[in-house]
Ligand binder design. Structure first.
Ligand code: COA
Length: 251
């Protein structure tokens, strides 16, 4: 496990901690691979009853590492590492929680749609700026968000990339709870403790029942979005934005 992704296991809760705070926890391909491996191993580990995703520093995650996006544009097969993580999220059988502060960009927001309980800090700045980057929605969001919110709100968030505050995230059903940033971690552990106090097999079976109607469709949509996303990464529109960001940050 890379230092950029840390694991802490205590009292039945496995914490997966994004630990790249100087880069706002932007996700590299190695971090995705670590997350996938951790979820798959947690699924088969009887000691793990729930998983909590969180990020070190002032942000949950700034989404995909933009330098890695340029690499994916040159080697489209590397996109599979990201898709493997998304499929692992869909298949994860145990309760999955997220504690989210500050920026939650791109996949930092879409992955929340796969979680079972999401806590957001008052300072949440979630956004899915795919189209502004010349890209298209990913992570099954093109299926999940219109289903949750209808076409118009989904368009506003996924195509126009509007900012989602903590209040709005709770109002839209993207998050369950809004808390003060300094209480986020403790409240997340309390939420996990409340869930794992329930009868474990009944929880797992109930999650499977809730997920069943959309499971196959989600896997399919994730792959279809992924194909179009990979094509968009090589488009002049996307490359102009990505190179602009990278040039600015290397200055
Ligand atoms: N990939 C790679 N590096 C990233 C990153 C990303 N997605 N997001 C932030 N970083 C890096 C910045 O380049 C900067 O690095 P540097 O200190 O070496 O220059 C560092 O993280 C801090 O970012 P900065 O932009 O200075 O912080 P901020 O608080 O002003 O803004 C964000 C935070 C998240 C709003 C802004 O960094 C941003 O928009 N990032 C891109 C998000 C994005 O488009 N993700 C992909 C979605 S599909």
């Amino acid at each position: 496990m890379s230092e950029l992704l840390q694991q802490q296991h205590d009292n039945g809760v496995l914490e997966l901690v994004l630990n790249r705070p100087d880069k706002k926890n932007a996700l590299t391909l190695a971090m995705y691979a670590g997350l996938t491996e951790a979820l798959q191993s947690a699924a088969g580990n009887d000691q793990v009853r729930a998983v909590l995703l969180r990020g070190e520093g002032d942000s949950f995650t700034a989404g995909n590492d933009l330098a890695d996006f340029v690499q994916c544009a040159q080697r489209p097969e590397s996109m599979q590492t990201i898709l493997d993580f998304l499929h692992a999220l869909v298949d994860f059988p145990k309760p999955l929680l997220a504690a989210v502060q500050g920026n939650a960009v791109g996949i930092g927001t879409t992955l929340l749609l796969h979680c079972d309980h999401v806590l957001v800090a008052d300072n949440l700045k979630a956004q899915m700026p795919f189209v502004k980057l010349g890209l298209v929605p990913e992570g099954g969001s093109s299926l999940l968000l219109p289903g949750m919110l209808g076409q118009r709100l989904a368009f506003e968030l996924l195509v126009q990339g509007g900012l989602i505050t903590a209040e709005r995230a709770c109002q839209l059903g993207i998050a369950n709870q809004q808390v003060a940033p300094e209480r986020l971690y403790d409240q997340a552990l309390a939420a996990a403790a409340a869930i794992i106090a329930l009868p474990q097999q009944a929880v797992i079976q109930s999650k499977a029942i809730l997920r069943a109607p959309q499971r196959a469709a989600l896997h399919q949509v994730i792959d279809e979005e992924g194909q179009q996303f990979a094509q968009r990464l090589t488009s002049p529109e996307a490359l102009a934005v990505l190179n602009g960001f990278l040039n600015k940050s290397s200055r």
